[in-house]
Design a protein around this ligand. Structure first.
Ligand code: ACO
Length: 383
């Protein structure tokens, strides 16, 4: 009989391995990527430099950044067959299903010709190359997904724009203002990495079997889709839509809490006194509220936050400010979680490479709680 205190449901509190990629410190409410506070990176770096940092452990110098940018730009275009696969996904399917399908085909094309599963896990150089290509192509997948749901055509990438500006260009077919590019760039950096969250851990579990990087990323997309994880940024907007305006917050919350609803965008497994990423994303949201002149969005945001925090003592997580920020930029609500994929693919792939560098098969134990041993009536074993 297993001692019940040994069972860590949800693996809560379990330290599963070392990582040098990021440090989440709930005591000091801080998040470091390779030692750098995330708010400093968001304020000073383009997303490409943060991707480089996550993969390589150091920020790039000018030459290294230029090389990464050249590789990223060279791999931005959506391959025709991946576009065709996206077109096969029902237009009213969830965009995360579309992303999962596109990435699965993208991986299969890339690994075609690798005959044996023994060779698929790849060398460090091959996996870095695969990581850069996934990072580069995801904006096209996400942007095209939103466009086709709106009945619009694919927009080809622009070689003269950085990652964030090009992402917005491919989504909306027009150049975004600097304040919008800056807010979007910050959101990508904030979403990029967060230690052993559910989707990253999923990627590490798959990698630990020596499966390939694409399989691990596709599995991570599945984990991220859930509303207790990445799906929450989309769910926040559904909550905002339901509430309507700031003066409806209190009665809406009375009913929601009476029916024991979880309020999306609040709470976190690790941070119990506030998510370290929220102040930076809230500042980005504020800049968008001013840019688009939408004080109503800020009023609803503030009213729900203060009412919920004062009643439950549970604080907003990153999805709370990012949801309305993405809406103001013009992204459709179902596109929000795919945006999270485009950012988090950098963290996932950094973890996949780290897992491979010191691999141990991830295989926990379970405490059996089913019936005692029993037998099929009339069964006579062969002698
Ligand atoms: N709304 C209402 N109550 C909540 C919320 C919430 N958002 N979050 C936690 N609680 C309550 C729980 O009901 C529970 O109360 P109880 O002890 O009376 O039963 C208590 O707080 C503890 O909550 P758990 O769900 O057990 O805490 P856990 O650490 O497992 O959950 C989680 C963390 C899943 C994120 C949870 O807070 C939640 O469901 N939040 C809403 C979804 C969300 O915003 N997810 C985004 C995560 S962050 C990210 O992906 C960027």
């Amino acid at each position: 009989m297993t001692d019940p205190t040994q069972i860590k449901k949800g693996l809560a509190g379990v330290v599963a391995d070392y990582t040098a990629i990021s440090k989440v410190n709930p005591e000091t409410n801080s998040l470091l990527y390779r030692g750098y506070p995330v708010q400093e990176l968001a304020a000073t770096q383009p997303f490409e430099a943060v991707a480089y940092l996550l993969w390589n452990g150091e920020l790039p110098d000018a030459t290294q950044l230029a090389e990464l940018r050249a590789a990223e730009r060279a791999n931005r275009a959506l391959p025709d067959d991946v576009k065709a696969a996206i077109d096969l996904v029902p237009v009213d399917a969830h965009p995360m299903d579309e992303v999962r399908t596109a990435l699965s085909l993208y991986g299969a094309r890339d690994l075609a010709g690798i005959g044996s599963v023994l060779d698929a896990s790849g060398t460090p150089a091959e996996n870095l190359d695969r990581s850069i290509r996934l990072f580069a192509v995801l904006p096209a997948i996400v942007a095209y997904g939103q466009r086709r749901r709106r009945g619009e055509d694919l927009v080809e990438p622009r070689e003269d724009l950085d990652y964030a500006a090009n992402f917005l260009w491919m989504t909306f077919g027009e150049e975004a203002d600097d304040v919008v590019v800056d807010a979007f760039n910050r959101s990508m950096i904030l979403y990029a990495e967060h230690s052993f969250n559910a989707s990253t851990f999923t990627a590490r579990v798959v990698t630990s079997t020596l499966s390939d990087l694409y399989s691990a990323v596709v599995a991570a997309v599945g984990a991220l889709k859930g509303p207790l994880h990445g799906g929450a940024n989309e769910a926040v907007l559904h909550v905002f839509d339901e509430i309507g305006s700031a003066d409806n917050v209190a009665p809406w919350l009375d009913e929601a809490l009476a029916s024991k609803r979880k309020i999306m965008g609040f709470g976190h497994r690790v941070y119990k006194r506030g998510d370290s990423r929220v102040p930076t994303m809230k500042a980005a949201l504020d800049s968008l509220v001013a840019h688009y002149d939408r004080p109503d969005v800020a009023a609803l945001y503030d009213a729900l936050e203060s009412e919920f925090v004062s009643r439950k003592g549970i604080y907003p997580n990153l999805d709370y400010p990012s949801g309305p920020a993405y809406q103001l930029i013009g992204f459709d609500t179902p596109t929000f979680t795919p945006l999270f994929v485009a950012a988090r693919v950098t963290g996932w792939t950094a973890h996949i490479m780290e897992q491979l560098s010191a691999n141990a098969l991830i295989r926990p134990l379970s405490a059996y709680s089913g019936p005692d041993e029993r037998h099929i009536d009339g069964y006579v074993p062969d002698t």
